[in-house]
Design a protein around this ligand. Structure first.
Ligand code: SF4
Ligand code: MG
Length: 292
């Protein structure tokens, strides 16, 4: 995981991870279920709050760090992943968790997502996927369905939504899972797995926005999802992709894929040792290597 020093360090109840800040989301918002899943996952993984950094961008879900006992950074729109990468590289002993939305992650922040995955940055990314920009009151997002009539698409949209799972699998994320806010126990289980995973762990969670997304209701999601069969082998990329492509139009929930490979911080440490002569490396030695 990101920051083994933060894992299984404390015994706390889920409610003890609640901060002093009141949760301000609308009644009925799916994000409440995800937050409950997060509290449970942190408790079950025994994460020490003094070694936890929760980073976000902008959006309703990006308010999450305020509600969790942790160090936190509320960064620019779409930049949470880039900031989190820097934090993780500087302090690999900490647990780094990004919480954010579909617009923040895949539109404004879309340039960062493939690189966190391909570099295998050792962090957990929980994406609250409600198919809309909620904070700015209902614009079409990268995961909106074409039928969505929002402020920016009063007649619906001409585009198909992106598939976050396909995206993460093909760019090399080493833990890819999906859940639904209406199943907080499954959210907790998958986030716990992400926290314990060493490498870039991505959890996509469907979350209803009853204030602005009138299409993707709780009932819609309940009908959309199916639990990944127990005999699925999560080390089989071909089978993971087949699930991510939504067989029969249904979206899988559960763990699709996991793989062990060196993380970016491990590879940089190895590089510095090999090329620069160890932790007290000489930067001039590295620079001189590139000179003819
Ligand atoms: Fe949740 Fe939507 Fe309200 Fe934002 S606007 S808090 S996403 S219901
Ligand atoms: Mg959204």
């Amino acid at each position: 995981m990101s920051g083994a020093a933060a894992l299984h360090q404390v015994q706390m109840e889920p409610k003890e991870y609640k901060s002093e800040v009141s949760v301000v989301w609308c009644p009925g918002c799916g994000h409440h279920g995800i937050l409950n899943g997060l509290y449970r996952a942190l408790a079950e993984a025994g994460i020490d709050p003094t070694k936890l950094v929760n980073i976000s961008g902008i959006g309703c879900s990006s308010r999450t760090p305020y509600f969790i006992k942790s160090y936190k950074m509320h960064t620019l729109h779409g930049r949470a992943g880039a900031v989190a990468t820097g934090v993780q590289m500087a302090r690999p002993d900490l647990a780094v968790v990004v919480t954010g939305g579909d617009g923040d992650g895949f539109a404004i922040g879309g340039g960062h997502m493939p690189h966190m995955a391909r570099k295998n940055v050792n962090m957990t990314y929980v994406l609250f996927d409600n198919g809309i920009y909620g904070l700015t009151k209902g614009q079409y997002s990268p995961t909106s369905r074409p039928e969505m009539k929002g402020y920016t698409t009063p007649y619906g949209g001409p585009e198909d939504p992106m598939n976050p799972l396909m995206y993460m699998l093909t760019y090399g994320a080493t833990y890819v899972a999906q859940a639904f806010a209406g199943k907080p126990k499954l959210c907790a289980e998958l986030i716990k797995g992400a926290l314990e995973h060493k490498g870039f762990a991505y959890v996509n969670i469907f979350s209803q926005c009853p204030s602005f997304n009138y299409l993707d209701t709780v009932e819609f999601y309940r009908d959309l999802v199916f639990e990944i069969p127990a005999d699925h082998d999560p080390t089989d990329m071909t089978k993971a992709i087949a699930l991510a492509r939504r067989p029969n139009g249904k979206a899988p929930i559960g763990l699709l894929y996991t793989e062990n490979k060196p993380t970016l911080d491990e590879r940089v440490a190895e590089f510095v040792t090999r090329v620069g002569g160890g932790p007290d490396y000489d930067i001039n030695k590295i620079i001189n290597l590139s000179r003819p």
